[in-house]
Design a protein around this ligand. Structure first.
Ligand SMILES: [Zn+2]
Length: 250
């Protein structure tokens, strides 16, 4: 995905007379907008095709999705390779309005994944891995201003569970936005906090309160690979998924 975005990032929109890079100063300004378009909207004359993206469809492998959405359960984020693309890339897309995410359905570890296995050799548990991913997506939503749609849950119970987290994240985001608006509007400075926590975006919040998996207190070695104890098993669901059209694939 990063490659595709970088390719689009090389194509300037050139919508204004002074959009061209003609000297060191304009080059520096264009680079500034390329990296931080939301911080420097006044430099939008240097926008590239990448900056114009409004909708994105994402389908990642389980390993890539867990790192892209910064899954941190058991310290999993410590395994993220330097430079691995994360959802921070969305900060470079000032016009992004909607992201559609297909939960992964790959079933084998990649060869290079020698640090930790995601798929149990006896019975793989996609439900557990999906939960890690969509819980991280819900946390991302607490600090995002675009619509997020997630598809290909294991079943409707998982979808409902995510939607509940999504509602809390949305409420948290709106609350945080309002707090910031109050902060800047209040000339005396500061926002009075009535109670500790209460926000997914807050460093003081209790993650368990927002549905983050309780296994978070365990280590990576204890959590991976998760053994399936679901009924029906995740393997059965995944194999039937291959034969029938998913109810929420559209
Ligand atoms: Zn399972």
């Amino acid at each position: 995905m990063l490659w595709s975005l970088q390719r689009l990032g090389q194509c300037a929109q050139v919508v204004e007379a002074d959009s061209c890079i003609v000297d060191a100063q304009s080059k520096a300004a264009a680079l500034l907008y390329y990296r931080y378009p939301k911080l420097y909207p006044e430099l939008s004359r240097y926008a590239t095709m990448m900056h114009g993206i409004r909708h994105l469809n994402l389908k990642l492998s389980t390993w890539d999705a867990m790192h892209f959405f910064k899954v941190s359960v058991g310290g999993f984020d410590q395994l993220r390779e330097t430079g691995h693309t994360t959802y921070d890339i969305f900060n470079r897309l000032p016009n992004l309005k909607r992201v559609k995410i297909l939960l992964p359905d790959d079933q084998r570890d990649r060869r290079y994944q020698f640090t930790v296995k995601l798929f149990h050799p006896v019975s793989r548990c996609h439900r557990t891995l999906h939960r890690y991913i969509y819980e991280a997506i819900a946390q991302m939503q607490a600090v995002s201003d675009f619509k997020v749609e997630v598809k290909r849950f294991m079943d409707s119970n998982e979808r409902i569970r995510f939607e509940e987290m999504q509602s809390k994240a949305e409420l948290s985001r709106k609350t945080t936005s309002q707090d910031l608006a109050d902060l800047y509007a209040d000339s005396t400075g500061g926002v009075r906090l009535d109670s500790p926590g209460g926000s997914l975006a807050s460093g003081n919040s209790d993650p368990l309160e927002h549905g983050v998996t309780r296994e978070a207190v365990q280590s990576v070695d204890e959590l991976f690979p998760p053994l399936c104890k679901c009924t029906p098993s995740c393997s059965e669901i995944m194999s039937s998924r291959d034969r029938i059209r998913r109810y929420d694939d559209e």
